[in-house]
Design a protein around this ligand. Structure first.
Ligand SMILES: *Cc1c(COP(=O)(O)O)cnc(C)c1O
Ligand code: SF4
Length: 352
Protein backbone atom coordinates (compact mmCIF):
# COMPACT_ATOMS: atom_id res chain seq x y z
CA UNK A 1 0.00 0.00 0.00
CA UNK A 2 1.11 3.53 -0.76
CA UNK A 3 2.34 5.69 2.12
CA UNK A 4 0.47 8.89 2.60
CA UNK A 5 2.10 11.46 4.84
CA UNK A 6 -0.44 14.17 5.47
CA UNK A 7 1.87 15.78 8.00
CA UNK A 8 4.09 17.10 5.22
CA UNK A 9 1.39 19.61 4.26
CA UNK A 10 1.80 23.00 5.84
CA UNK A 11 -1.44 24.50 4.58
CA UNK A 12 -5.02 23.27 4.43
CA UNK A 13 -5.47 24.41 0.83
CA UNK A 14 -2.77 21.95 -0.26
CA UNK A 15 -4.32 19.17 1.79
CA UNK A 16 -7.62 19.84 0.12
CA UNK A 17 -6.26 20.05 -3.39
CA UNK A 18 -4.45 16.73 -2.94
CA UNK A 19 -7.73 15.00 -2.11
CA UNK A 20 -8.61 11.73 -3.74
CA UNK A 21 -11.56 12.06 -6.05
CA UNK A 22 -11.31 9.10 -8.41
CA UNK A 23 -11.71 5.37 -7.99
CA UNK A 24 -8.27 4.76 -9.59
CA UNK A 25 -6.51 6.99 -7.07
CA UNK A 26 -8.29 5.40 -4.13
CA UNK A 27 -7.41 1.92 -5.40
CA UNK A 28 -3.77 2.69 -4.63
CA UNK A 29 -4.69 2.61 -0.96
CA UNK A 30 -7.61 0.22 -0.63
CA UNK A 31 -8.77 -2.86 -2.49
CA UNK A 32 -11.87 -1.84 -4.41
CA UNK A 33 -14.06 -2.42 -7.44
CA UNK A 34 -12.99 0.46 -9.67
CA UNK A 35 -15.78 0.26 -12.24
CA UNK A 36 -18.47 0.02 -9.57
CA UNK A 37 -17.14 3.01 -7.66
CA UNK A 38 -16.89 5.01 -10.89
CA UNK A 39 -20.60 4.55 -11.45
CA UNK A 40 -21.26 5.93 -7.97
CA UNK A 41 -18.96 8.93 -8.31
CA UNK A 42 -20.56 9.82 -11.66
CA UNK A 43 -23.64 10.64 -9.62
CA UNK A 44 -22.30 11.53 -6.17
CA UNK A 45 -18.78 12.96 -6.01
CA UNK A 46 -16.05 11.57 -3.78
CA UNK A 47 -13.49 13.62 -1.91
CA UNK A 48 -11.13 12.15 0.66
CA UNK A 49 -8.37 14.49 1.75
CA UNK A 50 -4.96 13.14 2.85
CA UNK A 51 -5.71 13.72 6.55
CA UNK A 52 -8.93 11.72 6.63
CA UNK A 53 -7.43 9.14 4.25
CA UNK A 54 -4.59 8.46 6.63
CA UNK A 55 -6.94 8.33 9.60
CA UNK A 56 -9.39 5.94 7.97
CA UNK A 57 -6.62 3.64 6.77
CA UNK A 58 -5.18 3.46 10.26
CA UNK A 59 -8.49 2.97 12.03
CA UNK A 60 -10.56 0.92 9.60
CA UNK A 61 -14.14 0.29 8.73
CA UNK A 62 -16.03 2.81 10.83
CA UNK A 63 -14.37 5.74 9.12
CA UNK A 64 -14.01 4.16 5.69
CA UNK A 65 -17.76 3.58 5.44
CA UNK A 66 -18.29 7.32 5.84
CA UNK A 67 -15.89 8.25 3.04
CA UNK A 68 -15.61 5.42 0.50
CA UNK A 69 -18.39 5.25 -2.11
CA UNK A 70 -20.55 2.13 -2.04
CA UNK A 71 -22.43 0.65 -4.99
CA UNK A 72 -25.57 0.54 -2.83
CA UNK A 73 -25.77 4.34 -3.15
CA UNK A 74 -26.91 4.04 -6.76
CA UNK A 75 -28.89 0.84 -6.29
CA UNK A 76 -31.08 2.51 -3.68
CA UNK A 77 -34.36 3.65 -5.20
CA UNK A 78 -36.11 4.34 -1.89
CA UNK A 79 -36.44 7.72 -0.31
CA UNK A 80 -36.24 11.05 -2.05
CA UNK A 81 -33.49 13.53 -2.91
CA UNK A 82 -35.03 16.10 -0.64
CA UNK A 83 -37.36 14.41 1.88
CA UNK A 84 -37.32 17.42 4.20
CA UNK A 85 -38.50 19.74 1.42
CA UNK A 86 -35.63 22.17 1.89
CA UNK A 87 -36.24 23.40 -1.65
CA UNK A 88 -39.98 23.93 -1.25
CA UNK A 89 -39.41 25.97 1.90
CA UNK A 90 -36.80 28.05 0.15
CA UNK A 91 -37.90 31.62 -0.59
CA UNK A 92 -34.55 32.42 -2.25
CA UNK A 93 -31.89 29.99 -3.50
CA UNK A 94 -29.86 28.14 -0.84
CA UNK A 95 -31.89 29.45 2.08
CA UNK A 96 -34.54 27.41 3.93
CA UNK A 97 -37.01 29.25 6.12
CA UNK A 98 -38.91 26.57 8.05
CA UNK A 99 -39.19 28.06 11.53
CA UNK A 100 -40.34 31.68 11.96
CA UNK A 101 -37.31 32.82 13.96
CA UNK A 102 -34.42 31.06 12.25
CA UNK A 103 -33.13 30.21 8.80
CA UNK A 104 -30.73 27.74 7.29
CA UNK A 105 -28.38 29.58 4.94
CA UNK A 106 -26.19 27.51 2.62
CA UNK A 107 -23.14 29.51 1.60
CA UNK A 108 -20.87 26.77 0.25
CA UNK A 109 -21.41 23.57 -1.69
CA UNK A 110 -17.93 22.21 -0.97
CA UNK A 111 -16.91 19.97 1.90
CA UNK A 112 -13.55 18.72 3.12
CA UNK A 113 -14.90 15.22 2.50
CA UNK A 114 -18.08 14.05 0.85
CA UNK A 115 -19.82 11.91 3.43
CA UNK A 116 -21.61 9.04 1.79
CA UNK A 117 -24.63 9.36 4.10
CA UNK A 118 -25.08 13.10 3.55
CA UNK A 119 -28.67 14.31 3.72
CA UNK A 120 -27.77 16.96 1.12
CA UNK A 121 -26.33 14.50 -1.37
CA UNK A 122 -28.39 16.24 -4.04
CA UNK A 123 -26.41 19.43 -3.61
CA UNK A 124 -22.93 18.98 -2.21
CA UNK A 125 -20.04 18.91 -4.60
CA UNK A 126 -22.16 19.90 -7.59
CA UNK A 127 -20.86 22.98 -9.38
CA UNK A 128 -22.43 26.42 -9.56
CA UNK A 129 -25.09 26.02 -6.89
CA UNK A 130 -23.58 28.69 -4.66
CA UNK A 131 -22.40 32.02 -6.04
CA UNK A 132 -21.75 35.53 -4.71
CA UNK A 133 -25.15 36.41 -6.03
CA UNK A 134 -27.01 33.67 -4.09
CA UNK A 135 -25.11 34.72 -0.97
CA UNK A 136 -26.07 38.37 -1.42
CA UNK A 137 -29.68 37.47 -2.14
CA UNK A 138 -29.78 35.38 1.04
CA UNK A 139 -28.39 38.22 3.13
CA UNK A 140 -30.96 40.62 1.66
CA UNK A 141 -33.78 38.17 2.46
CA UNK A 142 -32.59 37.96 6.07
CA UNK A 143 -32.32 41.76 6.26
CA UNK A 144 -35.92 42.20 5.12
CA UNK A 145 -37.44 39.60 7.46
CA UNK A 146 -37.31 40.90 10.97
CA UNK A 147 -38.78 37.78 12.58
CA UNK A 148 -35.43 36.05 11.97
CA UNK A 149 -33.21 36.05 15.08
CA UNK A 150 -30.88 33.16 14.40
CA UNK A 151 -28.98 32.37 11.19
CA UNK A 152 -27.52 28.91 10.68
CA UNK A 153 -24.67 29.23 8.23
CA UNK A 154 -24.33 25.88 6.55
CA UNK A 155 -23.66 24.22 3.24
CA UNK A 156 -21.72 22.20 2.20
CA UNK A 157 -19.17 23.44 4.62
CA UNK A 158 -18.98 27.21 5.23
CA UNK A 159 -15.46 26.93 6.63
CA UNK A 160 -14.11 25.87 3.26
CA UNK A 161 -14.62 29.46 2.18
CA UNK A 162 -11.63 31.76 2.48
CA UNK A 163 -11.27 33.78 5.69
CA UNK A 164 -12.08 37.05 3.86
CA UNK A 165 -15.30 35.61 2.44
CA UNK A 166 -16.37 34.29 5.83
CA UNK A 167 -15.55 37.67 7.31
CA UNK A 168 -17.66 39.46 4.71
CA UNK A 169 -20.69 37.19 5.28
CA UNK A 170 -20.48 37.45 9.06
CA UNK A 171 -19.99 41.22 8.96
CA UNK A 172 -23.04 41.63 6.73
CA UNK A 173 -25.21 39.41 8.95
CA UNK A 174 -23.98 41.10 12.15
CA UNK A 175 -24.94 44.48 10.72
CA UNK A 176 -28.59 43.40 10.66
CA UNK A 177 -30.35 44.72 13.79
CA UNK A 178 -32.76 41.80 14.33
CA UNK A 179 -30.09 39.08 14.10
CA UNK A 180 -29.15 37.97 17.60
CA UNK A 181 -27.46 34.62 17.12
CA UNK A 182 -25.06 33.40 14.45
CA UNK A 183 -24.35 29.71 14.09
CA UNK A 184 -21.92 27.90 11.83
CA UNK A 185 -22.41 24.27 10.96
CA UNK A 186 -19.12 22.72 9.91
CA UNK A 187 -17.48 19.33 9.76
CA UNK A 188 -13.91 20.58 9.31
CA UNK A 189 -12.83 20.10 12.96
CA UNK A 190 -13.39 16.41 12.21
CA UNK A 191 -12.53 16.02 8.53
CA UNK A 192 -9.87 18.73 8.03
CA UNK A 193 -8.86 20.15 11.42
CA UNK A 194 -5.89 21.94 9.81
CA UNK A 195 -8.47 24.39 8.42
CA UNK A 196 -9.02 25.83 11.91
CA UNK A 197 -6.23 28.37 11.93
CA UNK A 198 -5.47 31.16 14.40
CA UNK A 199 -6.40 33.64 11.70
CA UNK A 200 -9.80 32.04 11.17
CA UNK A 201 -10.42 32.12 14.92
CA UNK A 202 -9.53 35.82 15.02
CA UNK A 203 -12.09 36.48 12.27
CA UNK A 204 -14.82 34.48 13.99
CA UNK A 205 -14.33 35.98 17.44
CA UNK A 206 -15.41 39.42 16.22
CA UNK A 207 -18.99 38.27 15.72
CA UNK A 208 -20.19 36.95 19.07
CA UNK A 209 -22.63 35.55 20.05
CA UNK A 210 -21.43 32.99 17.54
CA UNK A 211 -21.94 29.27 18.05
CA UNK A 212 -20.38 26.42 16.11
CA UNK A 213 -21.92 23.00 15.73
CA UNK A 214 -19.54 20.45 14.39
CA UNK A 215 -20.06 16.84 13.38
CA UNK A 216 -18.19 13.79 14.70
CA UNK A 217 -19.60 10.29 14.29
CA UNK A 218 -16.99 8.03 15.82
CA UNK A 219 -14.52 8.26 18.74
CA UNK A 220 -11.61 7.46 16.38
CA UNK A 221 -12.25 10.81 14.67
CA UNK A 222 -11.24 12.68 17.82
CA UNK A 223 -7.52 12.84 17.17
CA UNK A 224 -4.94 15.20 18.63
CA UNK A 225 -5.36 17.42 15.56
CA UNK A 226 -9.14 17.49 15.99
CA UNK A 227 -8.76 18.26 19.69
CA UNK A 228 -6.40 21.12 18.89
CA UNK A 229 -8.80 22.62 16.34
CA UNK A 230 -11.61 22.54 18.91
CA UNK A 231 -9.33 24.19 21.47
CA UNK A 232 -8.53 27.03 19.05
CA UNK A 233 -12.24 27.69 18.54
CA UNK A 234 -13.15 27.31 22.20
CA UNK A 235 -10.30 29.66 23.19
CA UNK A 236 -11.85 32.22 20.83
CA UNK A 237 -14.92 32.07 23.07
CA UNK A 238 -17.03 30.02 20.68
CA UNK A 239 -19.35 27.48 22.34
CA UNK A 240 -19.01 24.20 20.46
CA UNK A 241 -21.77 21.66 19.88
CA UNK A 242 -21.87 18.44 17.93
CA UNK A 243 -24.50 17.01 15.61
CA UNK A 244 -23.85 13.30 15.26
CA UNK A 245 -25.70 11.17 12.74
CA UNK A 246 -26.76 7.72 13.90
CA UNK A 247 -25.35 5.39 11.25
CA UNK A 248 -25.61 1.67 10.80
CA UNK A 249 -22.33 -0.15 11.24
CA UNK A 250 -20.57 3.03 12.39
CA UNK A 251 -22.00 4.18 15.70
CA UNK A 252 -25.25 2.24 16.18
CA UNK A 253 -23.81 0.67 19.27
CA UNK A 254 -24.29 1.86 22.85
CA UNK A 255 -20.63 1.49 23.78
CA UNK A 256 -19.33 3.36 20.72
CA UNK A 257 -21.89 6.13 21.12
CA UNK A 258 -21.19 6.59 24.82
CA UNK A 259 -17.45 6.67 24.19
CA UNK A 260 -17.96 9.28 21.49
CA UNK A 261 -20.16 11.49 23.68
CA UNK A 262 -17.73 11.30 26.61
CA UNK A 263 -14.76 12.02 24.39
CA UNK A 264 -16.43 15.03 22.78
CA UNK A 265 -16.82 16.62 26.18
CA UNK A 266 -13.11 16.18 26.86
CA UNK A 267 -12.31 18.27 23.77
CA UNK A 268 -14.77 20.95 24.96
CA UNK A 269 -17.54 20.01 22.55
CA UNK A 270 -20.98 19.63 24.03
CA UNK A 271 -23.14 17.06 22.19
CA UNK A 272 -26.21 18.87 20.78
CA UNK A 273 -28.16 16.42 18.64
CA UNK A 274 -28.01 12.80 17.57
CA UNK A 275 -29.86 12.79 14.28
CA UNK A 276 -31.81 9.79 13.18
CA UNK A 277 -30.79 9.29 9.53
CA UNK A 278 -33.16 10.93 7.05
CA UNK A 279 -34.85 9.00 4.26
CA UNK A 280 -32.54 10.34 1.56
CA UNK A 281 -32.07 8.40 -1.66
CA UNK A 282 -28.72 6.63 -1.82
CA UNK A 283 -28.32 6.25 1.93
CA UNK A 284 -30.59 3.32 2.84
CA UNK A 285 -27.63 1.10 3.76
CA UNK A 286 -26.92 3.47 6.68
CA UNK A 287 -30.44 3.42 8.07
CA UNK A 288 -31.27 2.07 11.53
CA UNK A 289 -34.64 1.78 13.25
CA UNK A 290 -35.99 4.35 15.70
CA UNK A 291 -36.20 1.54 18.25
CA UNK A 292 -32.43 1.03 17.99
CA UNK A 293 -31.92 4.77 18.34
CA UNK A 294 -34.07 4.88 21.48
CA UNK A 295 -32.07 1.99 22.94
CA UNK A 296 -28.88 3.94 22.41
CA UNK A 297 -30.41 6.95 24.15
CA UNK A 298 -31.34 4.69 27.05
CA UNK A 299 -27.71 3.67 27.32
CA UNK A 300 -26.76 7.34 27.68
CA UNK A 301 -29.38 8.73 30.09
CA UNK A 302 -28.08 8.25 33.60
CA UNK A 303 -25.07 6.26 32.42
CA UNK A 304 -23.14 9.26 31.15
CA UNK A 305 -22.73 12.80 32.46
CA UNK A 306 -25.77 14.88 31.64
CA UNK A 307 -23.43 17.32 29.94
CA UNK A 308 -22.77 14.83 27.18
CA UNK A 309 -26.28 13.53 26.57
CA UNK A 310 -27.71 15.21 23.48
CA UNK A 311 -31.28 15.15 22.21
CA UNK A 312 -32.23 12.42 19.77
CA UNK A 313 -33.96 14.08 16.82
CA UNK A 314 -36.03 12.93 13.89
CA UNK A 315 -36.54 15.39 11.05
CA UNK A 316 -40.12 15.10 9.83
CA UNK A 317 -40.62 14.46 6.14
CA UNK A 318 -42.34 17.18 4.18
CA UNK A 319 -40.67 19.97 6.12
CA UNK A 320 -42.46 19.44 9.43
CA UNK A 321 -39.30 20.28 11.37
CA UNK A 322 -37.30 18.41 13.96
CA UNK A 323 -38.72 16.54 16.91
CA UNK A 324 -36.91 15.10 19.96
CA UNK A 325 -37.66 11.47 20.87
CA UNK A 326 -37.21 10.05 24.37
CA UNK A 327 -37.31 6.50 25.64
CA UNK A 328 -40.52 5.80 27.61
CA UNK A 329 -39.52 6.50 31.18
CA UNK A 330 -43.07 7.24 32.29
CA UNK A 331 -44.80 3.87 32.52
CA UNK A 332 -48.23 5.05 33.61
CA UNK A 333 -50.06 8.14 34.83
CA UNK A 334 -52.94 7.80 37.27
CA UNK A 335 -54.66 10.12 39.74
CA UNK A 336 -52.09 11.83 41.80
CA UNK A 337 -49.10 9.75 40.80
CA UNK A 338 -46.92 8.54 37.96
CA UNK A 339 -45.02 5.31 37.65
CA UNK A 340 -41.50 5.84 36.31
CA UNK A 341 -38.50 3.70 35.50
CA UNK A 342 -34.96 4.88 36.31
CA UNK A 343 -31.79 4.22 34.30
CA UNK A 344 -31.23 0.91 36.12
CA UNK A 345 -34.67 -0.31 35.16
CA UNK A 346 -36.08 0.11 38.70
CA UNK A 347 -39.68 1.30 39.08
CA UNK A 348 -40.70 4.21 41.28
CA UNK A 349 -43.95 5.87 42.14
CA UNK A 350 -43.66 9.64 41.97
CA UNK A 351 -46.37 11.89 43.45
CA UNK A 352 -47.72 14.39 40.93
C1 LIG B 1 -32.44 22.01 11.81
C2 LIG B 1 -32.92 23.22 11.17
C3 LIG B 1 -32.92 24.43 11.84
C4 LIG B 1 -32.40 24.61 13.25
O1 LIG B 1 -33.04 23.86 14.18
P1 LIG B 1 -32.57 23.90 15.70
O2 LIG B 1 -33.44 22.85 16.29
O3 LIG B 1 -32.82 25.26 16.20
O4 LIG B 1 -31.12 23.54 15.76
C5 LIG B 1 -33.41 25.54 11.20
N1 LIG B 1 -33.88 25.48 9.94
C6 LIG B 1 -33.89 24.31 9.27
C7 LIG B 1 -34.45 24.29 7.90
C8 LIG B 1 -33.40 23.14 9.85
O5 LIG B 1 -33.40 22.01 9.16
S1 SF4 C 1 -19.62 17.56 5.69
FE1 SF4 C 1 -21.83 17.68 6.08
S2 SF4 C 1 -22.69 18.65 4.24
FE2 SF4 C 1 -20.62 17.93 3.73
S3 SF4 C 1 -20.91 15.90 2.85
FE3 SF4 C 1 -20.51 15.62 5.04
S4 SF4 C 1 -22.55 15.56 5.99
FE4 SF4 C 1 -22.80 16.45 3.93
Amino acid sequence: MKENGYKKYSDWHCLLSDSINSAEALAEYLPLNISGIKRVTDLYPMRINPYYLSLMINTGDNLQKQAVPDIREIEDVSGSDDPLCEEKQSPVPNLTHRYPDRVLFMVSNQCAMYCRFCMRKRKVGSPFTVTDSTINTGIEYIRKNNTIRDVIISGGDPLLLEDEVINRILRALRSIRHIEILRIHTRVPCTLPQRITKNLASVLRQYHPLFINTHFNHPDEITNEAALSCAVLADAGIPLGCQTVLLKGINDNPFVMRTLMNKLLTVRVRPYYIHHPDVVRGTSHFRVTVKEGLNIMKSLHGHASGLCVPQYMIDLPGGGGKLPLLPEYVKSVSDGKILVENYRGELFVYPE
